[in-house]
Design a protein around this ligand. Structure first.
Ligand SMILES: Nc1ncnc2c1ncn2[C@@H]1O[C@H](COP(=O)(O)OP(=O)(O)OP(=O)(O)O)[C@@H](O)[C@H]1O
Ligand SMILES: [Mg+2]
Length: 357
């Protein structure tokens, strides 16, 4: 088949909004289209789609708004949240790959409480990072068949074809490497979404581990609404304006931010402790060397500073458009939107390989 346009359209199906991004170019990337649309609460929960047709309609409407014609085009999407489980294993030898499904089967079955036949699994060999003794890292992922089918149904009902289905955590690892190269030591990407916060651990740029914690930007809104006895819309605008009000934030609001920040940090610290206890790491890796923060909720007042204070390490903003040409968009606008698009950039960088239909 002759493909007239091989760029995939990256679609990040978030719980509060759907982001769409198209990049052109092979080495130098340039933005062709960029935008997002808010979705009703409850439509995408924990990475799973409740109503694929409705999601398809929102994707079509967003594409129309951005001037993208969907017919014949392919989408790169990801599955995230608690809907997907990723494991990094070390094989004694690359030829052990034939047994990879057996190695993780019982773990995946137990996690999902389903037989392997009802799961969709995939893996990649990380041959670039093979150990000197021949041990081979492999990253393997599983999700429920039904979750994948709903994602495919949503994409198809918008008129798009599926080009690639990734895991959100791996899309974040991809954008980190594209933007900053192989980051030395142990890094944690903290992606603060609406309902949850995704933590992704990388060691010298390789995926190592990820976990979702059940607090996201919406948790701040809910706490502001509850404690100040105001409705959610008002609470949300207080949360968003607090960042730009330059020292005028009322003390009671600052107190709420710092309490919720402390809850989020408590979960991050617990996850880091677990990470160190559950992994055999090289002796020189004794602490997290860098944090990269992203996601709409990462702009919440004081979160980056509170993380830096707690762990004694500087926190960088993951700027996914740092190396991307802004094309027809104003550079300032693109940079100001970066926190929403890390996942989408990670997907848009992927190459189309197979027609999955
Ligand atoms: N300027 C801002 N300051 C603070 N919070 C913000 C700001 N802008 C957006 N948010 C919050 O960011 C959250 C949405 O972020 P994002 O779009 O990354 O989530 P999502 O991808 O839809 O969700 P998830 O990844 O959890 O599925 C909301 O809670 C929103 O209120
Ligand atoms: Mg998200």
């Amino acid at each position: 088949m002759l493909l007239t346009n091989r760029n995939m359209i990256a679609i990040d199906l978030g719980s509060s909004s759907i982001k769409m991004l198209e990049l052109s170019g092979s080495r130098e990337k340039k933005i062709v289209a960029l935008g997002l649309k808010t979705i009703p609460e409850g439509l995408i929960v924990g990475g799973g789609i409740e109503n694929p047709t409705e999601v398809g309609q929102i994707i079509s409407a967003l594409a129309k708004q951005l001037g993208i014609r969907l017919k014949g085009r392919r989408a790169a999407i990801s599955i995230g949240g608690t809907s997907v489980i990723i494991r990094r294993l070390l094989l004694d030898d690359a030829s052990d790959i034939v047994n990879v499904d057996d190695l993780v089967k019982s773990d995946f079955e137990q996690q999902f409480q389903l037989g392997i036949e009802d799961l969709c699994t995939n893996f990649y060999l990380d041959s670039e990072n093979q150990y000197p003794d021949g041990k081979m890292p492999v990253v393997t992922a599983a999700t429920k068949q039904v979750t994948v089918q709903k994602h495919i149904a949503a994409i198809k009902s918008s008129g798009l074809k599926i080009g690639l289905i990734d895991c959100s955590a791996l899309a974040l690892v991809n954008v980190l490497e594209y933007t900053y190269g192989k980051v030395p030591g142990l890094s944690v990407i903290i992606s603060v979404g609406a309902q949850s916060t995704q933590l992704v651990f990388t060691l010298f740029g390789q995926y190592y581990y990820n976990r979702d914690i059940p607090y996201g930007g919406n948790h701040y809104t809910e706490e502001i609404a509850r404690l100040l006895k105001i409705d959610k819309a008002k609470a949300d605008s207080l949360k968003i304006s607090a960042n730009s009000s330059q020292g005028e934030t009322p003390a009671e609001l600052i107190k709420i931010f710092s309490e919720v920040n402390a809850q989020v940090i408590f979960e991050i610290a617990g996850t880091i402790d677990f990470f160190f206890s559950a992994n055999e790491l090289p002796a020189e890796i004794t602490k997290v060397q860098s944090f990269f923060i992203t996601g709409g909720g990462s702009h919440v007042l004081g979160l980056d500073a509170a993380i830096a204070t707690k762990f004694g390490v500087s926190v960088s903003i993951l700027a996914p458009f740092h190396k991307v040409d802004s094309g027809k968009f104003e550079m300032d606008y693109v940079l100001s939107q970066g926190h929403f698009y890390a996942n989408a950039v990670g997907l848009a960088l992927r190459k189309f390989e197979d027609d999955l239909e």
